[in-house]
Write a protein that binds this ligand. Structure first.
Ligand SMILES: NC(=O)c1ccc[n+]([C@@H]2O[C@H](COP(=O)([O-])OP(=O)(O)OC[C@H]3O[C@@H](n4cnc5c(N)ncnc54)[C@H](OP(=O)(O)O)[C@@H]3O)[C@@H](O)[C@H]2O)c1
Length: 294
């Protein structure tokens, strides 16, 4: 995320005072990609007097980074983190030193090889923290990236981020699961993804073109109970590791069908029963268990 944002801000005429990694190798790679020398430590980065600190470290590292950074903060500097789920209050030690704080979360998936113009047209959730002008700073930064900022309440961040994970990360997980099933039927791993991708891409395009629920097709929409039953029994026998995900998403799809009244109630309740996770085994009655086996 740090390199992707840095590259895009530079491309839009922004100025990058520097960047920091923990490892010399990380610093070398970031400097090579950004074309801007990295700093050896926080004090030397602070000496460059940045207007804005963008903390793009993993969520769990934020408190430690904020603690190290806060004594170096100059009043009026902006400090933003890019975590989706983390409260803006994690930046409070910097706010206590006079910084204007905000959470700035690009709703985009960024790999180690980010594509150019990755932020153009996307949404960016901005949660203002402490200090005047935090929202305006988020707005300016988002506009520089060609993105659409929207305000997000701090207490809503985890729920908002769970939605992002489902819409993006789990698509990859689903492709991995589907690829495993294809491999079971003899389609090699590289060919399997190639074969699956047009299906995924079309489903996403359908979402864009006709939305929910019209983008939904398949046996659940058709109320094809026999086909679903065959899927369940085959998965149980041949790929039991994929069964919980199939059941969970099937159950969620029944929710979608119910909300939009796309099937008769009797079919919906039958599907719901078929897809429900199997009941956990009854705990054995302690009064009847032999001594020492409880
Ligand atoms: N990737 C995404 O799709 C995405 C999307 C939206 C938001 N975000 C958010 O962006 C942030 C970064 O995510 P990411 O996916 O880019 O993570 P990442 O690929 O793991 O990169 C994190 C970077 O932080 C550096 N780092 C880790 N601990 C550090 C520390 N204590 N001090 C200084 N640098 C440190 C690491 O480099 P060294 O190991 O060399 O120090 C690494 O370059 C997270 O808050 C995440 O929630 C990510």
């Amino acid at each position: 995320m740090g390199v992707a944002l840095g590259l895009e801000l530079l491309a839009q005429g922004g100025e990058l005072a520097g960047h920091l990694n923990r490892s010399a190798e990380g610093r070398r790679q970031a400097a090579q990609r950004l074309g801007v020398p990295g700093a050896a430590d926080l004090p030397s980065l602070a000496a460059r007097g940045p207007e804005l600190w963008l903390l793009t470290v993993p969520d769990a590292s934020l408190p430690e980074v904020v603690e190290t950074l806060s004594p170096l903060i100059e009043p009026g500097q902006y400090v933003a983190h890019t975590s989706g789920a983390t409260s803006v209050s994690v930046l409070e030690p910097c706010a206590a030193r006079g910084a204007v704080t905000l959470a700035f979360h690009p709703l985009q998936t960024v790999t180690a090889s980010p594509a150019p113009e990755l932020f153009r047209g996307i949404s960016i959730a901005v949660t203002p923290g402490t200090g005047g002008g935090a929202w305006e700073a988020g707005l300016r930064l988002a506009e520089l990236l060609g993105a659409r900022p929207f305000p997000l309440r701090d207490e809503d961040r985890a729920l908002y981020h769970a939605a992002g994970v489902m819409a993006s990360n789990y698509v990859v997980t689903l492709a991995w699961l589907a690829r495993q099933l294809f491999q079971r039927v003899g389609i090699p791993a590289d060919g399997a993804l190639d074969a699956l991708l047009p299906l995924t891409t079309r489903a996403v395009e359908n979402l864009r073109e006709v939305g929910i629920p019209q983008a939904l097709t398949g046996p659940l929409l058709r109320g094809d109970l026999a086909t679903i039953a065959r899927h369940l029994s085959t998965l149980e026998e041949e790929a039991p590791e994929a069964l919980p995900a199939y059941r969970a998403l099937g159950g969620a799809t029944v929710g979608l069908l119910t909300e939009h009244q796309l099937l008769p109630e009797a079919t919906l309740s039958e599907l719901e029963q078929m897809l429900a996770p199997p009941a956990p085994p009854e705990p054995s009655d302690p009064s009847t268990s032999p001594k020492g086996t409880r």
